[in-house]
Design a protein around this ligand. Structure first.
Ligand SMILES: NC(=O)c1ccc[n+]([C@@H]2O[C@H](COP(=O)([O-])OP(=O)(O)OC[C@H]3O[C@@H](n4cnc5c(N)ncnc54)[C@H](OP(=O)(O)O)[C@@H]3O)[C@@H](O)[C@H]2O)c1
Length: 251
């Protein structure tokens, strides 16, 4: 990976926690110049204490913020070789119970925000740039409690297809991820609801017995993106990172 991306500029949106944090750290350790973005400044400071990178606290759902974080990246690095959109958020809630504002927020953070970042970055992408968007294995396999989220990821995947059609000279990629434990994604989930929905996931054959961890997924993602970046004549349009092994069973 070092040979592929040493000195290259990498913008990771959603790098203050979880998979994005580990991906950003892996890129930085491989010698890339990394801009890490998330809303929580203290988490970004901690990351910058661990590994040498730049950071910018921004909320991609706020008007003007995608443009500001891209401007900051361009000011520091001059251009962008790799853009990785990892940011996402969601409540765990049944469709019948989700408040309209919460549904709109899911789309703001998981679809519109990443698209706005891409839009702002477009004029600053260097030759052979690679743009990856992180999706989820729940697309096409809806599961209790995460339907609005899954719908937003399905929309994100179609958005990536659309970006590719409108800008065929840029390599866009969808990166599907499976169950990964130890991230901040479920930090506000209701414990009782999780228990109920997890049983439904197991009944539906949606849950693997073993989950992945953010370090392994983040490092693997960075390495695959670096390999893809190195081959400008090949478009890696999509790939998946899923837990190997059997499904979980009840009892
Ligand atoms: N964990 C899983 O099992 C799993 C499974 C399938 C797919 N995925 C996907 O993998 C990606 C990473 O998930 P994760 O589990 O690592 O979650 P995570 O730990 O919650 O990380 C999400 C990141 O996105 C940032 N973010 C969220 N909303 C943002 C906003 N409005 N503006 C800027 N940054 C924002 C968060 O930081 P702040 O809170 O500081 O803003 C955080 O850095 C997501 O796209 C998720 O959908 C995860």
């Amino acid at each position: 990976m070092e040979d592929a991306i040493s000195g290259k500029s990498v913008l990771v949106v959603g790098a203050s926690a979880g998979i994005g944090r580990e991906s950003a750290a892996a890129f930085a350790r491989a010698g890339a110049r990394v801009m890490a973005v998330g809303r929580r400044e203290e988490k970004l400071r901690e990351l910058a204490d661990d590994v040498e990178l730049e950071w910018c606290a921004a909320d991609i759902t706020h008007p003007g913020e995608p443009q500001r974080l891209v401007s900051e990246t361009v000011r520091v690095f001059g251009g962008i070789d790799i853009l990785l959109n990892v940011a996402a958020a969601s409540p765990m809630v049944a469709i019948v119970d989700i408040a309209t504002d919460d549904f709109l927020s899911v789309f703001a953070s998981n679809v519109v925000g990443p698209s706005e970042v891409c839009k702002a970055a477009l004029p600053h992408l260097n030759e052979n740039a690679f743009v990856g968007f992180v999706s989820s294995e729940t697309v096409g396999r809806p599961r209790h409690g995460l339907v609005p989220y899954g719908v937003s990821k399905a929309a994100l995947e179609e958005l990536v297809n659309g970006w590719r059609v409108e800008h065929p000279n840029i390599r866009f990629s969808t990166i599907r991820v499976g169950a990964t434990i130890g991230t901040d994604f479920g930090r506000d989930f209701d414990g009782e609801l999780i228990g109920r929905f997890l049983d439904e996931w197991i009944r539906g054959g949606h849950l693997s017995a073993e989950m992945m961890n953010p370090l392994s997924v983040g490092v693997e993602m960075a390495e695959l993106v670096a390999v893809a970046y190195l081959q400008p004549t090949v478009g890696l349009t999509d790939f998946s990172l899923r837990p190997p092994g059997p499904l979980a069973s009840l009892g």
